[in-house]
Write a new protein. Structure first.
Ligand code: CP
Length: 353
């Protein structure tokens, strides 16, 4: 009888352990899916993946940006803006190079009176003494209310988001080849200024490794009547994980000469060859020369179309194009600062102006 009871307890324990393993697998795969397919991030305290925003969020952000620009147009307004978050501190942790994103965030903080600290050169961080990155970032959260991070990994941003308390705001300033949500927000705002709905929008260049295109496609996917064109040599085409999420009409093509004549927005991008071993053989000669705008083809564009570029550029937009009224990338660059002011304000619940 005792033997029988012990046997039954053993079976029960084995069943319990098996159930536990099964539940763990299911929960982990759910978390993985949440990250990859559906985003359920608290937009108030986190800006991680562009897909977390609804169209209503986006239009509110555009509206706040317009209000901020108007307030900032005189010195009294600028003084007022500087009082709004003067009790907050931000940490800029940039583990990849940056000109625009770093400086526009630093200036956005400055406009709102937020004091900033930074680490851009990892050789100055205690990570060189073997401290884990997660510990380094937990340390930042002891001193700062907001962490703005650019990182070569696609996924580390999710890890820190999961491991830091909600009252530490976290902004993804670029995560590997995956996401650049704040660039997408400023791109979205720039297109909004020229009219959002029923637009044909072409993404041109290295779409395989281009995080800005990935993030912006997910935002434009929320706009009525959008048609997206992904224009590149087939080796640089956008990955299926983004295409799988699109509800709007889209087309993949390598024929830039045809598309340049048809679309309302041309979003140029450079070769992202700082990423090695990402499935592209950079030793293979791929002719990208026809994926550029210059004085020979700009006149094929519609008169009211616009040219955008997240910058930095190489030779995909010739300098002489800068003078054309359709070139909006410098304005787009400036918009980055104002949209980031609006974003930071909204994340601190301070956007009622
Ligand atoms: N667009 C952009 O992210 O530029 P930086 O790399 O200079 O920040």
């Amino acid at each position: 009888m005792i033997c029988m009871i012990i046997k039954m307890i053993k079976i029960f324990l084995i069943l319990l352990i098996s159930m536990n393993i099964l539940v763990n697998i299911v929960v982990k795969s759910f978390i993985y899916k949440r990250r990859v397919f559906t985003i359920n991030i608290n937009s108030q305290t986190r800006c991680i993946n562009s897909n977390q925003y609804t169209l209503e969020n986006l239009l509110n952000l555009c509206d706040t940006t317009d209000k901020i620009k108007s307030i900032a147009s005189n010195s009294d307004g600028l003084k007022y803006l500087k009082t709004i978050l003067s009790h907050k501190r931000a940490m800029l942790y940039f583990k990849q190079s940056s000109t625009r994103t770093f400086l526009s965030f630093q200036n956005a903080c400055n406009i709102l009176g937020i004091s900033t600290s930074e680490i851009r050169d990892i050789s100055t961080s205690s990570e060189t003494k073997g401290e884990s990155e997660l510990d380094a970032i937990k340390t930042f959260s002891q001193y700062s209310d907001l962490i703005i991070m650019r990182h070569p990994s696609n996924n580390f941003i999710y890890e820190i988001s999961d491991n830091l308390p909600n009252d530490t705001r976290i902004i993804n300033a670029g995560s590997g080849t995956d996401q650049h949500p704040t660039q997408a927000l400023l791109d979205f705002y720039t297109i909004y200024k020229y009219g959002l709905e029923n637009k044909k929008i072409a993404f041109v260049g290295d779409l395989f490794r281009g995080r800005t295109v990935r993030s912006l496609s997910l935002l434009l996917n929320k706009v009525k009547g959008t048609k997206l064109y992904f224009v590149s040599p087939k080796q640089f085409q956008i990955k299926n994980d983004i295409l799988d999420k699109l509800n709007v009409d889209y087309e993949l093509t390598d024929d830039f000469d045809k598309i340049i004549q048809e679309v309302d927005v041309i979003y140029m991008t450079r070769l992202q060859d700082e990423y090695k071993n990402e499935g592209i053989n950079d030793n293979e000669i791929i002719d990208t020369s026809k994926y550029s705008i210059n004085s020979n083809n700009i006149n094929k564009m519609k008169d009211d179309a616009i040219i955008l570029h997240p910058l930095p550029r190489r030779n995909e937009i010739s300098v002489e194009v800068d003078k054309d009224k359709r070139a909006k990338y410098w304005q787009q660059c400036e918009n980055g600062m104002w949209v980031r002011v609006a974003l930071i304000m909204s994340m601190f619940g301070a956007s009622k102006l």
